[in-house]
Design a protein around this ligand. Structure first.
Ligand code: LFR
Length: 503
């Protein structure tokens, strides 16, 4: 047959999955072979990823994929969240559990970095927005620790999984750009930045690019998974957002995208970075994408805010001796009926980054800005979704202004596609049509790059996206309502909204 099957390993902040993509020249379908929870664990006060449990989920997923396909997989690709890493000893042993980017160990690291390299110079050299957890801040915070001192090698999370599967170390470029140690013009290491900060670049194995070979499965992996052939692992956009943007089913170049999930990543795809001082002040990032592209976007807190509210409400209910948990469908229906734009918060504010007490932090932000404090879960949910829609609009407006590009439609991909209220509010806020889908954009982008490498499909991003457009279910939302209400809500937040970190 002309159909090929690829396994996409896609690890997100709340769950991991192994998805089989079935690809033929005019056909593209997904089958979820395995989904498993990602449960971060606090140890001695530090928040860690439970990396071995995630790796076991990957092995179980590959086993399920082998069964589902009758052991006919062509290759495997891996994408995960960005910035985090594992440290290895010379013999390959993992020296410590990777620390979660939401851990507070980076508090104060930005000041240390700024003392060595002023923010304007750092931005001009890397084009990366300031997020307190960028790898450079983590490395500065870890300086002098036993693990970093002993480390022979540093592997970003997808590269670590890939190393365990194949024994071949490498550093995939799209994810490497989120370390803040890559120059987006040369798409190579920013050696002067590393020098200024005392970061040893020899910790990183050589760069690989999406489409490059990344080794073949080790014998022990074949034994664990029941796969019988030493399958190749192919480098894909190993940053989940890079793969998700490949998975945007755009048919014209003038689109904006919002990759939704734990985060909302909202912006534009460009062919060259924007490194102006204005862009830095607006805290826009230039992450590297597949096929020489640049993802010009801003991080917005995303559905994390709602997930954390639900966790808090469920904890309260459990404390009261009640076993019931939040019914998300009912909650979203109630939120849809709640007063629109009653109060909005700055969904870009790093104050919402850490876990715990989310409803309280949202209430505080409303109080601080002189707005009514949401009283019920439905009101809080409406506040979160209105705030996300407002932040989406602001990111897209800023991106168009700063890049000089025009936008005629907004694509929403990722888990937020299932949240029809968020999609409609985003269309209303932006005053633009929203095309929602696919939800599994990262897995699709991962599969498409593998399929192209295997020669099953050909072409650039426009051709890959045309295949998505013709095969994936999409839903369009037209803007409704009184657009000026969004302007007034934005004005209420006013200058408080300028991301503090950038200044
Ligand atoms: C989304 C994402 C974002 C990155 C954040 C932290 O899953 O990869 O792009 O900023 O997680 O790594």
């Amino acid at each position: 047959t002309t159909e090929h099957r690829f396994a996409a390993v896609d690890l997100g902040a709340s769950s991991g999955r192994v998805i089989v993509g079935e690809v033929a020249p005019e056909r593209l379908a997904l089958h979820e072979a395995h989904r498993f929870p990602n449960q971060p664990t606090r140890v001695l006060g530090t928040l860690h990823w439970d990396i071995l449990s995630l790796y076991q989920g990957v092995l179980n997923g590959l086993k399920a994929a082998a069964v589902h396909t009758g052991d006919t997989l062509t290759s495997i690709g891996i994408d995960t969240w960005a910035v985090d890493y594992g440290l290895l000893a010379a013999d390959g042993t993992l020296l410590a559990n990777p620390v979660h980017y939401r851990d507070t160990r980076t508090t104060g690291a930005a000041e240390k970095v700024a003392a060595a390299l002023p923010p304007p110079a750092l931005y001009a050299a890397t084009g990366i927005q300031h997020l307190p957890f960028n790898t450079i801040y983590q490395l500065i915070a870890a300086q002098g620790t036993p693990a970093l001192t002993a480390a022979h090698r540093l592997l970003l999370i997808p590269d670590l999984i890939s190393y365990w599967l194949t024994g071949q170390p490498g550093t995939e470029l799209t994810n490497a750009s989120t370390t803040q140690l890559i120059d987006p013009r040369t798409r190579d290491w920013a050696t002067p930045v590393a020098k200024a900060l005392g970061i040893d670049l020899s910790l990183f194995p050589p760069l690989r690019h999406p489409g490059d070979p990344a080794g073949t499965l080790r014998q022990d992996v074949l034994t664990e998974t029941g796969l019988t052939r030493p399958l190749p692992v192919t480098a894909v956009g190993s940053h989940d957002t890079a793969s998700a943007v490949v998975g945007v089913p755009a048919t014209t170049p003038d689109f904006a995208y919002i990759a939704t999930g734990t985060w909302s990543l909202a912006g534009l795809e460009l062919d060259a970075p924007v490194l102006t001082e204005e862009s830095r002040a607006a805290n826009f990032t230039n992450e590297l994408g597949v096929d020489g592209t640049v993802r010009y976007l801003r991080n917005i807190m995303g559905l994390w805010m709602l997930q954390e509210c639900v966790r808090a409400w469920d904890t309260e209910t459990a404390r009261a001796g009640n076993a019931s948990t939040t019914d998300l469908t009912a909650l979203l229906q109630a939120a849809a009926q709640a007063t629109p734009l009653r109060s909005v918060v700055d969904a870009g504010d790093p104050a919402f980054l850490a876990p715990h007490h989310m409803p309280d932090r949202i209430a505080d932000a409303c109080r601080r800005t002189g707005q009514p404090v949401p009283r019920t879960p439905a009101e809080t949910t409406r506040c979160v979704l209105d705030s996300l829609a407002l932040a989406h609009r602001r990111a897209i407006e800023d991106a168009t202004r700063l890049s000089g590009r025009a936008v005629s439609a907004v694509h929403i991909v990722g888990g937020g596609v299932h949240n029809t209220l968020l999609c409609q509010l985003t269309a209303d806020a932006c005053g633009l049509p929203v095309i929602a889908g696919p939800a599994e954009a990262a897995a699709l982008g991962n599969v498409l790059v593998q399929a192209r490498t295997a020669g099953v499909i050909t072409g650039g991003l426009p051709e890959l996206r045309a295949l998505l457009h013709s095969t994936q279910p999409l839903r369009q939302y037209e803007p409704t309502g009184d657009h000026s209400a969004w302007d007034r809500a934005a004005a209420r937040l006013g200058d408080a909204q300028v991301t503090e970190a950038a200044n």
